[in-house]
Design a protein around this ligand. Structure first.
Ligand code: PHE
Length: 339
């Protein structure tokens, strides 16, 4: 009997259980009415009198150790269970501040949204371009001084590989692979070799629009731009078009909107004029259509292009252009509400 108790002591001390059910099974095995330890205790009456004391102590110890072990396992399982309930594997290990969309992205998305509602789809093209898509196909003759309007960055001193100076290159890429009707909006980053200051940067962002179809008129252009201005700056916004020059459009115009601050009365923002210049536009030059494989006797088009920084400035009165590319979170957080 003592031998048996000794064996069971070792057994009990090394009991293992992973779940509450397993613990309960152990309790039943050893300590229930029909359990092994209970059986030993029932057998106690058969123990010879001279051994009773020793065996009694041993059985009690076995019973206590079994209780202790099984209760210990029970508790371990219980805390494990609650830990498992609390376990959220999708939680981050430490608090991470959520970022916000960059103000230029906000404005870009807003512009794209407005034109998407008018049926314009999105088109994109490479920032490292060739001369053809940026200049030649856009009706800039080889030695035309108009190329000087946009100070170009050349890549690896190759005269043909450049950083695009405007997103008009995307117009060319759309026209060369698609026949009219074409209705696209092309957002993207552009580069010009300019000294960095509060008012100029060597890169900035543009959104360009292109519409090519039969019977497209300047009136269509003006109406679409008026609608855009009202959507972007509010329903009371007025527009005015001033004659201008671009090699790729004829006639060309620059568009002003009534001042977003004073509404046209004249203030510091509009330098007293009541108007703010926001974009260039015009009817696509027949040479541009022809150069890109579209028959100018059948089709006409209009195009417009605007700087996203400029629009963002007008919307949010950001005085220094450099803030847009410095990624100072204190600046970026100011746009949290607009996100
Ligand atoms: N590409 C011109 C620029 O960068 C903007 C523009 C686009 C003007 C389309 C007219 C038509 O200045």
């Amino acid at each position: 009997m003592l031998e048996k108790i000794k064996q069971m002591l070792a057994e009990v001390d090394s009991l293992q259980a992973k779940t509450a059910d397993e613990v309960e099974a152990l309790r039943i095995k050893y300590l229930s009415k029909k359990g092994e330890i209970t059986a030993l205790m029932n057998d106690f009456r058969l123990v010879p009198a001279e051994q009773k004391k020793q065996v009694g102590i041993a059985i009690n110890e076995l019973k206590n150790r079994a209780l202790e072990r099984i209760n210990g396992l029970k508790q371990a399982c219980a805390t494990q269970d609650t830990e498992q309930d609390d376990l959220d594997l999708s939680r981050t290990a430490y608090p991470i501040d959520l970022g916000t969309r960059h103000p230029l992205t906000l404005v870009k998305n807003e512009i794209i949204d407005i034109f998407a509602r008018l049926g314009f789809s999105l088109a994109e093209g490479p920032e490292v371009e060739d001369d053809w898509h940026v200049f030649s196909s856009m009706n800039f003759p080889d030695d035309h001084p108009a190329r000087d309007m946009q100070d170009t960055f050349f890549v690896e001193s190759h005269p043909d590989i450049i950083l695009r100076t405007h997103t008009s290159s995307v117009q060319a890429r759309v026209m060369e692979r698609q026949q009219p009707p074409i209705r696209v909006i092309c957002p993207g980053r552009v580069y010009r070799n300019e000294a960095i200051s509060a008012r100029a940067h060597c890169f900035f962002h543009q959104v360009e629009g292109l519409y090519v179809d039969k019977d497209v008129s300047f009136t269509d252009l003006k109406q679409v731009l008026l609608l855009f201005a009202k959507e972007m700056f509010g329903n009371d916004t007025k527009i005015r078009l001033r004659p201008s020059y671009f090699p790729f459009t004829e006639p060309s115009a620059e568009m002003d909107v009534s001042c977003t601050i004073c509404g046209g009365k004249g203030c510091a923002m509009c330098k007293g004029s009541g108007w703010l210049e926001i974009l260039g536009c015009g009817m696509v030059h027949p040479n541009v259509l022809a150069a890109n494989g579209i028959d100018p006797t059948q089709y006409k088009g209009y195009a417009f292009g605007m700087g996203i920084e400029r629009i963002a400035n007008l919307k949010y009165q950001v005085k220094d252009l450099r803030l847009f590319s410095e990624n100072d979170v204190r600046f970026l957080r100011e746009f949290e509400a607009a996100n």
